[in-house]
Design a protein around this ligand. Structure first.
Ligand SMILES: *[C@@H]1O[C@H](CO)[C@@H](O)[C@H](O)[C@H]1NC(C)=O
Length: 324
């Protein structure tokens, strides 16, 4: 419980300071915890998030997702209402808080499950694979890629109901979260909360596995525990992952918004689009996606590192105070 309160207060501080993250630049508290990695090219510091106990991983992951999704909620409302086919008549300003309760309330369990599953999967992979590979940059990228895919898939159990309820509120299908919950349950039962499951999971798995693994690779290269640097690397990871997955996003949007017979596969779909509309079609909607996914990756991943760093530091302090 104490570590939860601690993590939440760190998270709150982080949330306030994100725009001027330099204020957060702690005097590299993690230096002495580094090591054990990258035999070639000198010792690299291990990311703080990888030094956590299972309980700390859960707390840091929950807090990181909560911070990220709370800060980005207004942007998410704008995004959802721009894409929606039909919605209520409220003004933009009125709508900014719609769906905040399911968004924030479910962000913590989603984050806890996600980061816990990533940790478990990564540890299992690292145990199964040769040591040399696991400690190389490629190995770190690959294990994180697969682990993050597992994390996103597991988090789907919470993420899909979160999307269904929050988006229903955002477009004013439901006046509030409670009505959303009871209406969906009454009309469609539990299955109602998993509407669009395949689309949501596919998107989450592709983008999360890439952003998590690119972030881990960048952290490895940068060899830094400076929060400002970590938030910047998070944006870069989010952008690169968004770019790489964008063609699929374009194809998915076309499929979901078209009325025709859609029996062609994703790649055939893409080839058809490029032939009919030119390659520029692959860039459509890219800017709004970058605007949202850069900050999302940064806030989730770097906040997780910052909280992890604080937890590790607090643990070191407690050990020195109690043990020595
Ligand atoms: C990474 O950073 C640590 C601590 O700042 C330092 O001791 C180490 O030499 C660095 N490793 C490389 C390869 O730059």
């Amino acid at each position: 419980m104490r570590s939860l309160i601690f993590a939440l207060s760190v998270a709150a501080t982080t949330a306030e300071l994100v725009p001027k993250a330099s204020a957060l630049a702690l005097p590299n508290p993690l230096r002495r915890f580094g090591g054990g990695l990258g035999k070639r090219g000198g010792e690299k510091q291990q990311p703080a998030s990888e030094l956590l106990t299972p309980g700390e991983t859960l707390v840091a992951g929950a807090a990181a997702r909560m911070v990220a999704q709370t800060i980005l909620h207004p942007l998410d409302v704008v995004r959802t209402r721009t894409q929606a086919v039909s919605m209520g008549t409220s003004s933009l300003a009125e709508s900014l808080s719609f769906g905040l309760i399911p968004q924030v309330g479910l962000s913590a369990p989603a984050g806890a499950i996600q980061f816990t599953a990533v940790r478990k999967a990564r540890k299992a992979l690292e145990n199964a694979l040769p040591d040399d590979f696991v400690k190389s940059s490629q190995g770190r990228f690959a294990t994180q890629l697969v682990a993050a895919a597992c994390g996103a898939a597991c988090a789907g159990a919470i993420r899909i109901p979160q999307e269904v309820m929050k988006q229903g509120c955002m477009v004013e299908l439901y006046p509030n979260a409670l009505v959303a919950f009871s209406t969906i349950l009454a009309e469609k039962g539990l299955a109602g909360f998993y509407k669009g499951a395949v689309a949501t999971i596919t998107r989450d798995v592709m983008w999360n596995s890439l952003s998590f693994s690119i972030f881990r690779l960048l952290l490895d290269y940068a060899n830094t525990s400076n929060p400002k640097a970590q938030y910047s690397l998070g944006i870069a990871a989010g952008w690169l992952a968004a770019l790489a997955t964008h063609p699929f996003d374009v194809a998915k949007t076309r499929v979901m918004t078209s009325s025709g017979d859609l029996t062609v596969g994703l790649f055939a779909q893409l080839a058809g689009l490029v032939e009919a509309e030119g390659w520029q079609v692959l860039l459509s909607g890219l800017v709004p996606r970058l605007l949202y996914l850069g900050p999302l990756a940064s806030l989730v991943l770097a906040t997780n590192e910052v909280i992890a760093g604080a937890l590790v530091k607090a643990r070191g302090k407690a050990a020195r105070a109690g043990g020595a």
